[in-house]
Design a protein around this ligand. Structure first.
Ligand SMILES: Cc1cc2nc3c(=O)[nH]c(=O)nc-3n(C[C@H](O)[C@H](O)[C@H](O)COP(=O)(O)OP(=O)(O)OC[C@H]3O[C@@H](n4cnc5c(N)ncnc54)[C@H](O)[C@@H]3O)c2cc1C
Length: 293
């Protein structure tokens, strides 16, 4: 019988190490499960001890609060498997929650597969991408998704076809409940030069978005009429900073940590931005980034 003690656990970790924007306090318990069974054990223990659970992929769309966070954080980065098989012209990929888009991309390039290329360059794990319904250039992960295996509150592993999962733009019900364990993606064998197409897509992303700086991706969701970046830019917030946190000069919807940014300044900046956009456009910005704490 497996016990919690056998599961990899790091205590008192600097949460800045677990998110791409590098803001946050101390996480008291970070578990690194390697099997589905270990996820179940952590979840059971969390219920018994009345701890909140937060799942972490790469941490590319999260910001942690300051101080000591006494939750059960579960990182998926050690939970890895990747299998694939052909069915005629189609290729199915079964990937665990901790598999990164970079790892999927290697397979896509090696086998010259079509369907994933517009998602190239998003810093995501499979679990994080499904939970956020990540997407770019008009394609979302749900477009290439077949099914998801996930852990419900009762500790059961559920198999759900994508059509039975409530999802919309940058939203799925996994943001409210459930741990994504793995997923099956469906791609096509292609005759197009996929590697070349991917290269162009990544170049295009890099032209529009800040690269190689600590950021948490899109801060706000696009409004149905206007991109969030447009609303922020027109409100004079492109490049606007409070302390070491600011909106990028390159893309106003990206927050940048310019050195030693802290959570208090960040919240001041977000409040200021939301108030300005509300007074200029009568639009209430909706956060895409997840604030954890
Ligand atoms: C430079 C940059 C560019 C980006 N570009 C894009 C883009 O083009 N398109 C886009 O959509 N996003 C983009 N993002 C945002 C981010 O990459 C995506 O939201 C991505 O899907 C997050 O994946 P992650 O593994 O890092 O998840 P995390 O950021 O770790 O987590 C995101 C949310 O999902 C939850 N979660 C994570 N894993 C699981 C799981 N297994 N089960 C249940 N819940 C889970 C977390 O608790 C959190 O609420 C960008 C971010 C950066 C930094």
């Amino acid at each position: 019988m497996l016990s919690l003690r056998k599961i990899d656990l790091v205590e008192n970790i600097d949460l800045r190490k677990l998110c791409t924007i590098k803001i946050g306090g101390i996480g008291k318990h970070i578990f690194f499960p390697k099997t589905m069974e270990e996820f179940k054990i952590i979840q059971t223990e969390a219920f018994e001890k009345n701890k909140k659970i937060y799942i972490l992929g790469i941490g590319s769309n999260v910001i942690f609060k300051d101080g000591i966070l006494d939750h059960y954080f579960i990182s998926t980065r050690k939970f890895k498997f990747l299998k694939y098989w052909d069915k005629g012209n189609e290729v199915y990929i079964h990937a665990s929650a901790g598999i990164s888009f970079k790892e999927i991309l290697s397979l896509v390039k090696e086998k010259n597969l079509e369907g994933f290329e517009k998602l190239a360059g998003i810093p995501a794990t499979i679990g994080g991408a499904i939970t956020m319904n990540a997407g770019a250039f008009g394609v979302e992960i749900f477009d290439i998704l077949e099914k998801v295996y996930w852990l419900n509150k009762q500790g059961e592993i559920v198999e759900s076809h994508k059509n039975s999962i409530n999802h919309s733009y940058r939203y799925t019900d996994f943001q409210k409940e459930g741990i994504v364990l793995s997923a099956i993606l469906k791609l096509k064998k292609s005759k197009k030069p996929i590697k070349e197409i991917i290269k162009k897509i990544i170049l295009d992303r890099n032209k529009k978005q800040p690269v190689n700086v600590p950021t948490s991706g899109s801060t706000y969701k696009n409004h149905k009429q206007y991109p969030a970046g447009f609303l922020l830019e027109k409100s004079g917030l492109k490049g606007y900073r409070i302390g070491d946190i600011g909106f990028s000069e390159k893309h106003a919807n990206f927050l940048i940590n310019y050195g030693n940014a802290n959570y208090t300044d960040l919240m001041k900046l977000l409040e200021h931005a939301e108030n300005l956009v509300k007074s200029n456009f009568n639009i209430e910005l909706q956060k895409e980034v997840k604030i954890i704490g």
